[in-house]
Design a binder for this molecule. Sequence first.
Ligand code: ZN
Length: 242
Amino acid sequence: MKKVWIDGGHGGKDPGAGANGLQEKNIVLTLSLEIKKQLERDYEGVQVLLSRSTDVFLELSERTEAANKAGADILVSIHCNAGGGDGGFESFRYTSASTASRSLQNVLHTEIMAALKPYNIIDRGQKAANLHMCRESKMPAVLTENLFIDVTTDAAKLKRQDVIDALITGHVNGIAKYLGLKKKEGAAVVSDSVNVVVDGKQIKDGKLEDGVTYVPLRAVSEALGAKVGWDNKTKTATITTK
Ligand SMILES: [Zn+2]
């Protein structure tokens, strides 16, 4: 059984960054809870432990002591950024991080950026810093900074469910890949709603089944400038582009 420690930053009297009607402590709690739910639902042999599952305040030392005591295999600390500029996503390892921490950062960062691909989010890179959560954790540890709360373009994205879902998917995929977790039998047939965007225009949702994405034919075809004909007798859809 692999143990994953998810540390949702801030909480209680410490709201973290706040701007544009958003509070960091709430976003990171949502991400933490959903990452735990999806990892344990979709993968075998994994237990996800949380620094906090409610809006409570914890000292940094309490978080790392609990994770070390639990003997977690990896730790991911989840935050949102602030400080202006152009916004984007970045991740941190400790300044003298182990090879394992570097590897965790690389896999996690890559999977998160891949999940964020449809949303034009700036990749600020894989960074190193002397952060308590990465320094005091005995296991490979990475801290993710999930967009800038005080940058209006990033804040608008953080208010979208599909962007939140992409951040969750990226963390789940990265953790599963690093730990080599096996998908549960049947997990792949779960039908998930898929966000469909044609030339920047949002189309009705599609769905994912067994790795194939099904999209609403008429909506997508018309967005591409094609005409759709339908013969109800033979159940034939005809797409004409000329
Ligand atoms: Zn933070």
